[in-house]
Design a protein around this ligand. Sequence first.
Ligand SMILES: [Zn+2]
Length: 256
Amino acid sequence: MKKALDPKTFDWITVAEYANRYGAKLDAMGAENKRQPTLCPVCRGAMTTVSENSPGDRDAVFRHVEARTNPKTPWCILRESTRWKYEGLTPTVPDVARGRLIRQSFLTNWQKHWAIIKNRVTLPGIEFFISAIRLADKSRVWEHRDLQECLMPYILMSMLEFPPPVGVAANRRTHTERYRFGGAIRTYEDLWFKTTGEFNMIAVEYEPAIPPKRVATVVLDIRKIDINLDFLEHDIPADLYAHPRQVVMMQNAFHI
Ligand SMILES: [Zn+2]
């Protein structure tokens, strides 16, 4: 991660800023300086620096203190960067009939779901929405027992990653984005079994993976996502209506 939380002020700081505030990694005698570790903004676990060889080293990043050396290290979605997809996409005990109803209702309300996503993701593209619904169909996400329709836009956001857009929008977002649930949520069912109905979500911005590396792992920034669960009961704000071209694409994709 390019940044982590200052252990005292909780500011979001770089390795260079950390060295300025808490001293360099090594003292003048070459011995390791005992510095208070920075914290992960998601799990608040201790972080250590990597590649901090010279002051202001541009490749220096923060990394979680290994769970092996520190048994108190909490589970954290940001540590799982090479295996970033949520577990439990397909329900173990599906409720087929209810799943069919949720999917039907979702497709009736698709503009409301799309508005939630459009308002939170930087340049999502309707193609993303269509592929996320197809992935939900393939993995039968709708059939999770106790799934509420209002969770669907957040679940869809968390299923795919968003590489930088290409073409005319290319300079409007140059990083890769992933959307993650906070706390101990590791599977979709944790959303209703491990919370009391309230959960956090964050957008994590990554440096795009450079070939041959296939997975983006360097975190650049994190922002909090606003959760709205009663959107199905309200009208869509006028500026979030789908474009007629998007409506046609949705009709063609799902025969609605
Ligand atoms: Zn963490």
